[in-house]
Design a protein around this ligand. Sequence first.
Ligand code: PGA
Length: 221
Amino acid sequence: MDTKYLIANWKANKTLREAQQWVQTFVQQERKARQYVVCPPFPFISHLAETGRGIFSVGAQDMSQYAAGPYTGEVSPYNLQDLGVKYVILGHSERRKFFGETSAQVAQKVEQALSGGFTPIVCIDRNEFQAQADQIDRSYYSRMIIAYEPVHAISTFGGQEDPIETTVETVMQLQEIFDEAPVLYGGSADSQNSLIYLQQPAISGLLVGKASLDPLEFSKM
Ligand code: PGA
């Protein structure tokens, strides 16, 4: 069985000092056998890539749909070269809801991410997965990771978890649609419930928001 992913999405939280403290604490913990990925805000990427080497990989939480060029405020795939970034979260429901990101834009970002050599972690809600799949070039599916994130289960939007059977069923549907790409689950995962998800063979890992902010909690998942 492949080692399961445990991916921290810090969102717009933490100062540099707090990020440094998180790493210091996390590296000292006894950890499970997981593929750890930490996705901090852009300014902390370099620091985490250096200090977490050998313990966790680093990802970005978003990326421009455009290549390098005159796009003030954007972070292009070109900017993310040479920083040690391996993964990029795309199409998170907060981006879709608060910033009006569309599935067409997410599909463009997937293309940019792959051309930059990054593995896209594409977040998909239950209501939109066929629409999202239709926008993305099918030849890319096998190079992506899917994160199934029912919006109502994310702590930001209320944290109402579904029964595990419903989650597994949906994850398997996504695997089929996306040509057996690994499918993660995300939505209020923490050290109390993580094993319920991680012991399911269909679920390849967890995308963790709130609980990832605490290094002790994250290391127990
Ligand atoms: P949560 O966030 O773990 O705080 O629910 C998950 C996510 O937004 O990816």
